[in-house]
Design a protein. Structure first.
Length: 290
């Protein structure tokens, strides 16, 4: 029984590498069944698994952001003959995947890089519509969010309006099943988490139980209805443009290499680095709740 799994937006590909090892390595028998059945929701007798691992950024951008970690994780995927694609937009999957369908679609901690709940609601709506179109009839979407984001981003309602519905109760992300998964953005980019979670998040492997408390796994499946949902409209006249690309335009092209904060001018970036990271001014004000 062959199954296809699509992983979206994997920054340094550490999740993809950890998942691949759990499913394919003969040395990972203890993790294999829990990952296959409890996390992915697949039958234990699944004999063949095809992984397609993707990033939104280009390979060049990934190297700049994550350095050698990307190369090491991509080497693991290469050793298992796993397909990798860069520059994949999660809200344009029908165009990106060219008709291919998947049994499981995974997206961990999606974030646009700006603190804008409305824009993330647009992202959730477009993603639900996009994922539905490349999901098999009995497939599922595994979406991992930091606690509170699902409510602020109106996940349940927007997913339902665009062809997906939540199944089961949300549960803590099983970080203990993926020991080499480094939630890089959560630990280094203050725009990704609010002040309270900044105090609690720890590197993967040091305290998996504490870390998983703040990261929640949502499982979605296709709506059982007769009609087909049409592509969602954000209501702002820009439904034809990817919200991920719109966020980049809104945020600007000048990015702080330390905290990933974006600016519209080089002067703004310079001032930010000088006052925040060099002089330590506004230390308690860095990061805005999303």
């Amino acid at each position: 029984m062959a199954k296809s799994i699509l992983i979206l937006g994997d920054g340094d590909f550490s999740f993809s590498a950890s998942l691949a090892e759990a499913l394919l390595s003969p040395d990972e028998e203890e993790r294999h069944l829990p990952v296959l059945s409890l996390y992915l929701g697949l039958f234990p007798d699944t004999s063949t698994i095809r992984l397609l691992c993707t990033s939104f950024d280009t390979r060049e951008d990934l190297d700049k952001k994550y350095g050698r970690a990307v190369e090491a994780n991509l080497k693991i995927l290469q050793d298992y003959n796993i397909s990798v694609q860069h520059g994949v937009d999660a809200v344009r999957l029908p165009e990106e995947m060219k008709g291919e369908l998947f049994d499981v679609i995974i997206w961990n901690h999606p974030h646009l890089g700006v603190e804008d709940a409305k824009l993330h609601q647009v992202l959730m709506a477009h993603f639900a519509d996009s994922a539905r179109r490349v999901l098999r009839s009995d497939g599922r979407v595994l979406l991992c969010l930091v606690d509170g984001q699902a409510k602020r981003w109106n996940l349940a309602n927007l997913a339902s309006l665009n062809g997906l519905h939540l199944i089961g109760k949300p549960r803590p992300f099983p970080v203990e099943l993926f020991p080499s998964f480094r939630m890089v953005r959560n630990r280094t980019c203050q725009t990704f988490k609010n002040h309270q979670t900044q105090k609690q998040w720890v590197p993967a492997g040091n305290d998996a139980e504490v870390e998983s408390m703040f990261s929640t796994l949502y499982v979605l499946a296709k709506n059982r209805c007769s009609g087909k949902a049409e592509r969602c409209d954000s209501g702002d006249g820009n439904s034809g443009e990817s919200p991920m690309k719109r966020a980049r335009k809104k945020a600007g092209d000048y990015v702080c290499e330390i905290c990933d904060k974006r600016f519209t001018t080089n002067q703004g970036l310079f001032t930010h680095n000088r006052q925040v990271h060099e002089l330590g001014l506004y230390h308690n004000r860095v990061g805005v709740k999303c």
